[in-house]
Ligand binder design. Structure first.
Ligand code: MOS
Length: 719
């Protein structure tokens, strides 16, 4: 293969357009005659709508229509996200409606605070927003289910197919008789994704054809969702999403506003723009649900795990199909003869959770890796040595061999760079002036998936090539690495290749999520470029082509094209494939005020082939910064009286700023993986955040002697 193990650190091909402001995002489309929509959110958590009084709103300036369940068209049930194994999901044939049990405006029931119960269409966004506030809704309120702890007896295994309950050996017996054990409960709070670009959509109907300018991680599923909802062929639905200003999972499903905007445009027969205000993003576009997790670890006196138990609950609701599968990493992480994992959900009257960067893995590894640190303390062992001792040489959940695994090299390179050997084990034993210094570490892992994807490759007569694939670019560097990959395969400079994406008129691509774009789309691009090259060699009577332009001119061809439909090889299922890594964190804690400062961090990762050293580094760094937020800052407070989130703005929902994210060093450990997929890339979008929170929590314990088992680690928990 002519592709280098570590791809050239090229700048982003879309960087200039983004910096110069010429990149056009969904809300910036203004087709002639456009009107604006604003939604009316429910103000109760549970009950029915008794009456909607629109008299005053209708008289407000600029109002064109007010649509609710009282006058909305009947829609079909939009299809849910294809569950289960992403490798079996065919792009373009599955929908992705976030709330498959709640068709917008279909009846009078209210399932959660913030539910979109009406939409106002007006000539300007200001008029629409104003009139939406004049809509008076009266409810028959019913007792709401808000408190997860109080309802724990009703927990269920719903939607746990990506990490179903698993029991191996005799976990309880082995735990009971283990000479050394830890058994604690860990909690993670509600968190919201908050991409910089708020969810927005422009819908343009033309008879029974519709164009959607969306901000999406899954345009083909949006197409299917809208086609099904409105009973039109999916060829009639054109979804475009060329730029996505961040998503982190929150744009992987079609949220109600997509359907609501389509309904609005359909009813008023004008192009409609729906641009959700930041506050509403806290209620109807997904979040990481709160979790409560028990981790029990039993070990021999020399530190070998004999039992791993990880079980608990997270919030979900009756209208979505989401389970925060926090036990998923535990199945794969450490060698143990006895294990039980089970993640259950409790249905509450709270808005729908969804995948948020490393869903499952981030909260799950906070619990597991905190527990491993507690076990190291109980054993009087070094936390790193404990992990090396319990390294899983094959997948503990199913015994499959790893397609590749370089975790031990990640440990040794990061530990050496960090200076772990100079750490003194006793808590409160390291100081810098009056600050307590603490050092902690944790492991990271995320599965390497691949979905089917198609790509059309074209060589133009001028020797430039274009790769067409309806994938997405939400900041990961996809457009850049795909151009590089095609160029390396064709043997031409990367500047001569363009990657066209973000449009359902292009060959189908899967959801850009689950860290599988590099593997899925990358393999399709690689295979299409390989097929194109083969076709051009054939055109050249079997001889190697040194100059594609000359070849095409000689044959009077304006271009040559091939298309491939790339599918995972069932052979790869014989292996377990995961990206792995680790974090070493140093914190300073003010002993009087409890303020935690992350001083430095060294993290190392192995994710197979690195397609572009620079964008890979940025992906991992972004994940780490988000992990710092999870560890120290992020929490959406729930008002347990009424099921409403309270700190619904950036003044009160805190995310890291540059001063919170200093001295982060990322080490890329190149890894040759002959089995995972033809390009050997595992994906790095999510593994970066996994393990950050426990590494910092473990460092805080080392600094202070205080073990914080509920995130985020705020100063009140240290005083
Ligand atoms: Mo990701 S949370 O799979 O976009």
């Amino acid at each position: 293969m002519s592709i280098p193990m570590v791809g050239e650190p090229r700048d982003r091909v879309d960087g200039r357009a983004k910096v110069a402001g010429t990149a056009k995002y969904a809300a910036e489309y203004n087709p002639p005659g456009i009107v604006h929509a604003a939604v009316v959110p429910a103000t109760i958590a549970s009950g029915t709508i008794r009456a909607i009084d629109t008299a005053e709103a209708k008289k407000a300036p600029g109002v064109i229509a007010i649509i609710s369940h009282l006058n909305a068209p009947k829609l079909n049930q939009p299809p849910a996200q294809g569950g289960g194994n992403p490798q079996q999901q065919r792009p373009g044939s599955a929908g992705n409606f976030a709330e498959p049990h709640l068709i917008p405006f279909s009846d009078d029931r209210v399932h959660y605070t913030g539910q979109q119960i009406a939409v106002v269409v007006a000539d300007t966004i200001e008029h629409a927003t104003h009139a939406a506030e004049l809509v008076k809704v009266r409810y028959n309120e019913q007792p709401a289910r808000i408190d997860m702890n109080a309802l724990r007896n009703e927990a269920s295994d719903k939607a746990s197919q990506q990490a179903p309950p698993l029991t191996k050996g005799d976990p309880d017996g082995a735990f009971a008789s283990a000479p050394v054990k830890v058994d604690h409960v860990y909690r993670t709070p509600y968190e919201h994704h908050h991409p910089m670009e708020a969810h927005s959509i422009v819908v343009v109907w033309d008879g029974d054809h519709v164009t959607l300018h969306d901000s999406s991680q899954n345009i083909f599923a949006v197409r299917q969702t809208i086609a099904r909802a409105f009973s039109i062929p999916r060829e009639n639905v054109h979804v475009l999403s060329p730029f996505v200003g961040g998503a982190f999972g929150s744009k992987g499903a079609s949220w109600p506003h997509v359907v609501v905007a389509a309904v609005a445009g359909h009813e008023v027969k004008r192009p409609v723009k729906l641009w959700l205000p930041r506050k509403q993003l806290f209620f109807t576009n997904g979040h990481r649900p709160e979790t409560e997790q028990r981790v029990a670890l039993g070990a021999t006196r020399d530190g070998r795990l004999v039992s791993v138990i990880h079980e608990g609950i997270s919030q979900s609701n009756a209208v979505c199909e989401y389970n925060e599968r926090f036990t998923r990493p535990t199945r794969e992480m450490y060698a143990t003869p006895n294990m039980r994992v089970r993640n259950q959900i409790v249905e509450l009257n709270i808005s729908s959770p969804t995948y948020m960067r490393a869903p499952g893995e981030s909260p799950g590894m906070f619990a597991l890796e905190s527990a491993m640190d507690e076990l190291a303390v109980a054993l009087n062992a070094d936390p790193l040595q404990l992990r090396i001792l319990n390294h899983a040489d094959d997948d503990p959940s199913n015994g499959k061999p790893w397609s590749s695994k370089s975790l031990k090299e990640c440990y040794s390179r990061a530990a050496e760079r960090f200076g772990w050997s100079r750490r003194t084990p006793e808590p409160r034993s390291m100081r810098a002036g009056r600050w307590l210094i603490g050092q902690g570490m944790a492991s990271a892992t995320y599965p390497a998936h691949r979905s089917p994807a198609s790509c059309r490759a074209r060589m133009n007569a001028d020797g430039t090539a274009v790769m067409f694939c309806g994938s997405h670019e939400m900041g990961m560097g996809t457009a850049t690495v795909m151009s590089q990959l095609a160029a390396a395969t064709l043997g031409i400079p990367a500047e001569r290749v363009r990657f066209d994406y973000g449009d359902t008129d292009l060959p189908p691509a899967p959801i850009s999520a689950g860290s599988m774009t590099a593997a899925s789309v990358g393999t399709a691009v690689y295979e299409a470029a390989t097929a194109l090259k083969k076709k051009l060699v054939e055109l050249n009577n079997g001889a190697e082509v040194t100059d594609y332009a000359t070849l095409l001119h000689a044959h009077y061809l304006p271009s040559v094209e091939v298309q491939v439909d790339s599918k995972p090889d069932p052979e790869s299922e014989k292996y377990a494939s995961q990206a792995f890594g680790c974090h070493f964190a140093e914190v300073g804690v003010d002993p009087d005020l409890g303020i935690v400062r992350l001083q430095r961090m060294v993290s190392a990762f192995s994710g197979g082939r690195i397609l572009n050293e620079k964008t890979a580094h940025s992906q991992l760094l972004g994940g780490i910064v988000m992990g710092i937020g999870m560890a120290l800052l992020e929490q959406t407070h729930l008002d347990r009286r009424n099921g409403s989130f309270t700190n619904v703005n950036f003044g009160e929902y805190l995310v890291p700023v540059n001063a919170d994210a200093r001295n982060i060093e990322v080490i890329l450990v190149p890894e040759e993986d002959p089995h995972v997929n033809p390009i050997g890339a595992k994906g790095l979008g999510e593994v970066g955040i996994v393990g950050v929170a426990p590494a910092i929590a473990n460092a805080v314990y080392h600094a202070t002697g205080t073990r914080v088992r509920d995130l985020p680690i705020t100063l009140d928990k240290l005083l």
